[in-house]
Ligand binder design. Structure first.
Ligand SMILES: CCCCCCCC/C=C\CCCCCCCCCCCC(=O)SCCNC(=O)CCNC(=O)[C@H](O)C(C)(C)COP(=O)(O)OP(=O)(O)OC[C@H]1O[C@@H](n2cnc3c(N)ncnc32)[C@H](O)[C@@H]1OP(=O)(O)O
Ligand SMILES: Cc1cc2nc3c(=O)[nH]c(=O)nc-3n(C[C@H](O)[C@H](O)[C@H](O)COP(=O)(O)OP(=O)(O)OC[C@H]3O[C@@H](n4cnc5c(N)ncnc54)[C@H](O)[C@@H]3O)c2cc1C
Length: 665
């Protein structure tokens, strides 16, 4: 491990003795290889040893404006450090933007995140070669800082309803940007409030009197020297949020603001000098930046979940409470089956989500390369899968983080536990980049279409033709995966039956769709879960794993897929043969028995498994989760930092409380 202190809590020490597997093997697996682990560690040493990147006081004690200034100071310093980074610039950027290293330094949120996560990707995905030549080097060199301004006060989900207009004026060969109403104001873009001086703005393109739909425009917002808003730009910050408070989300309005024609990003569609519109091969190509972010969000959520699970697991092995056997010493709370039931499923989920996210990342790269060559065949599958996994990882991730917090009792509620920040970041991902319900419905649309038309991409092949496989209880991993598959197919069929029933009643397709939403969402969720469990099971079949690592990962895999099955047992009722043969009850009993056995089998390795994540104390940023388990001393040290503890009597006593005490009310 990266840091061995002289003190080690005796309970944690015991947990770490006789570990049956090589922790480093799991670390390497998660990092993507031994060399990648070495690179990561080197980078962590480089960044985390810099005194100027450490917080003088915990962020919670700063004002909203001071928090922003402090995080911006560190973000800029980090960018300077990139130049000499031992790992190279791009890997360093990735590590800094990801949830691990970046948030260890920028705890409240990275004011430069949107520049890297959306602005540069939008330029790359939407700009022509010439436009990239003009802007990309400036963006990489941070001569300009950008964001992605799409959402408006009135519309975030329904992109066709965006109100900002960009009207082409052939006389001057310019677009005129306008916010025709209050609800047309851009509202939410990260970094917009105070940091960015440029943005890729999504607006309705009008030319020759016709609206051609939303398109991306490169727009300068602030003067490059003074940072003052340009004339015609109304801009500001939207105020405090549940989390991510130094991402300076902002608002933006346009008052007849003119930009040259060549600032429409024209890779997929163009407006010629005379105003002629040239259509893209697929109108959804302008949504591609969102697809990229949905993919990286799955990775971000997984890294955050690893932090939460590590904190909660170590704490649960240090914390002793109540009585298990009458008269015995108070047990580690981790020895309660109820606590294992809370923490081992999220521990297993970190592996499941990582493997599925890796799979999605590979699909993204292949599909994106094909799109660059003009081949769009993989686009529907990529859209379906990125929506499904983004929604699944963020919603399950947020629930799991909250369970981790609860598992730490009162101390989990402390700001210094780091759970509020982790939760704030993960739950944000349930909303941004496509609100989850809306994404589930997009997935359902793809599933229904595939099932009805009997054609679709790789991730939905199981919906084509009749399903094969055992129709009785089968306790192998393959057997359980098959059960997931049959449930997913069953739910799609039920949703289609609902749609058809409404159709027969004379309902229009859009009403029928709305009235089947509950079934459609269930079907989409079952599809996403099937993908995750298949990825987990398949990844154990291949790869060069040692026997002990394979054993523990197989146990986690089995635990995870049974956990979900039990959580969603109601959905088994949608598989008709199961009801007919009364197999649902049998399934439930068999699986529960197995699940409980697996909890007991994995329990002794819980600390070793979270140690394998190799998350440094600075990254966990929580007195509850430190490697040494010195929880109580660290909680006291954190409390000592409170401004209220800097004097024995606070000045407000004399101002308010003393007069009250003396007032004889
Ligand atoms: C070197 C560089 C280093 C970079 C390092 C990066 C490292 C990153 C590491 C960590 C990342 C940390 C991340 C944390 C940072 C925080 C950032 C926060 C960012 C948040 C930003 C935002 O939120 S931006 C705004 C996002 N907004 C949305 O997502 C809006 C959601 N709405 C929509 O997507 C759409 O409107 C809709 C899909 C819901 C509906 O659209 P529409 O009405 O037009 O479509 P239909 O429903 O009618 O469908 C028509 C048809 O189109 C298909 N389709 C829809 N969307 C797509 C798509 N995107 N792609 C392909 N196809 C699509 C749909 O399936 C239908 O097809 P049919 O065949 O007709 O059925
Ligand atoms: C932290 C954070 C950062 C963000 N960063 C950016 C950014 O950088 N750039 C940017 O442009 N935007 C950004 N956003 C905005 C974000 O993308 C939107 O908030 C998101 O897409 C949801 O849209 P909305 O707010 O309009 O929600 P709404 O669509 O109004 O959702 C409200 C409710 O209506 C439901 N609903 C809406 N439509 C349907 C439907 N068709 N069927 C069923 N139910 C429906 C939803 O499920 C939800 O329950 C950010 C948001 C957050 C929270």
């Amino acid at each position: 491990m990266s840091q061995k202190e002289t003190y080690e809590n005796p309970d944690l020490k015991k947990e770490r003795q006789n570990c049956p597997f090589n922790k480093e093997e799991i670390t390497n697996l998660l990092d993507g290889g031994k060399e990648k682990t070495a690179e990561r560690k080197q980078l962590e040493n480089y960044i985390l040893s810099d005194e100027q990147l450490k917080d003088a006081v915990p962020m919670e004690y700063l004002s909203h404006a001071d928090k922003y200034a402090e995080e911006l100071r560190k973000a800029c310093l980090l960018m300077h450090k990139l130049e000499n980074s031992p790992a190279g610039q791009v890997p360093t950027l990735r590590a800094l933007m990801g949830a691990g290293l970046g948030s260890a330094v920028l705890k409240e949120g990275n004011p430069l995140a949107l520049h890297y996560v959306m602005f540069i990707p939008a330029l790359m995905g939407q700009g022509t070669i010439d436009q990239q030549a003009k802007w990309l080097a400036k963006a990489y060199n941070l001569n300009i800082i950008g964001t992605y301004a799409q959402t408006e006060l009135g519309h975030g989900t329904f992109l066709r309803g965006l109100e900002t207009t960009a009207t082409y004026d052939p006389n001057t060969q310019e677009f005129v940007l306008e916010s025709p109403s209050l609800t047309a104001y851009k509202w939410w873009p990260g970094s917009l409030g105070k940091t960015a001086n440029y943005a890729v703005v999504m607006a309705q393109l009008y030319t020759k009197g016709k609206c051609e739909g939303t398109h991306p425009f490169m727009v300068q917002l602030r003067d490059e020297e003074t940072h003052e808003p340009l004339p015609g730009i109304v801009i500001g910050e939207i105020g405090p949020k549940l989390g991510m408070n130094t991402n300076d989300n902002g608002y933006l309005g346009f008052e007849k603001f003119r930009i040259p024609r060549d600032q429409l990003l024209m890779k997929h569609s163009q407006v010629l000098e005379d105003g002629t519109y040239v259509k893209p091969t697929n109108s959804k190509l302008s949504y591609a930046t969102m697809v990229f972010v949905r993919v990286v969000v799955c990775q971000d959520v997984t890294t955050n979940l690893r932090k939460a699970v590590t904190i909660a697991t170590r704490y649960s092995c240090v914390r002793r409470q109540s009585e298990l056997k009458p008269g015995d010493r108070e047990p580690q709370v981790m020895d309660y089956q109820a606590q294992q039931n809370k923490l081992l499923p999220p521990l297993a989920a970190t592996f499941a989500f990582q493997l599925a996210s890796d799979h999605l990342w590979n699909l993204y790269n292949t599909a994106n390369n094909n799109i660059e060559q003009g081949d769009l065949e993989l686009l529907p599958d990529l859209h379906g899968l990125s929506c499904a996994l983004k929604a699944l990882c963020s919603s399950e991730g947020a629930n799991f983080v909250e369970v981790c917090r609860q598992s730490c009792g009162g101390h989990g509620y402390m700001a210094c536990s780091n759970f509020p920040r982790i939760y704030g970041q993960v739950t944000a991902a349930e909303t941004y980049e496509g609100e989850n319900t809306v994404l589930w419905l997009q997935v359902a649309r793809y599933l229904v279409k595939t099932r009805k038309e009997q054609t679709g991409g790789l991730s939905v092949k199981y919906l084509i033709g009749e399903e094969k496989g055992p129709k009785t209880v089968d306790t192998t991993l393959e057997g359980i995966v098959h059960l997931y598959r049959r449930t997913a197919v069953g739910l799609v069929d039920v949703a289609i039956a609902e749609l058809e029933k409404s159709g027969r009643k004379g309902e229009a397709p859009h009403d029928a769709w709305n009235h089947a939403a509950v079934y459609l969402i269930k079907a989409a969720q079952a599809h996403a879960r099937l993908f995750v469990v298949e990825s987990f099971v398949n990844s154990l079949k291949v790869g060069n794993l040692s026997a002990p690592v394979r054993t523990v990962l197989s146990q986690l895999c089995e635990l995870f897929i049974i956990y979900w099955l039990l959580e969603r047992s109601g959905e088994l009722f949608f598989v008709r043969q199961f009801i007919k043969k009364r197999l649902v009850t049998v399934e439930f009993q068999v699986r529960t028995l197995l699940y409980v056995k697996l909890l007991a089998a994995i329990r002794p390795q819980a600390v070793n498994l979270v140690d394998s994540f190799d998350l440094r104390d600075e990254i966990l940023a929580s007195p509850l989760g430190c490697w040494d388990g010195n929880v109580y001393q660290r909680l006291f040290d954190e409390a000592a930092k409170s401004p209220l503890n800097q004097s024995s009597v606070h000045e407000s006593f004399h101002k308010y409380l003393k007069p009250l005490l003396k007032s004889n009310l």
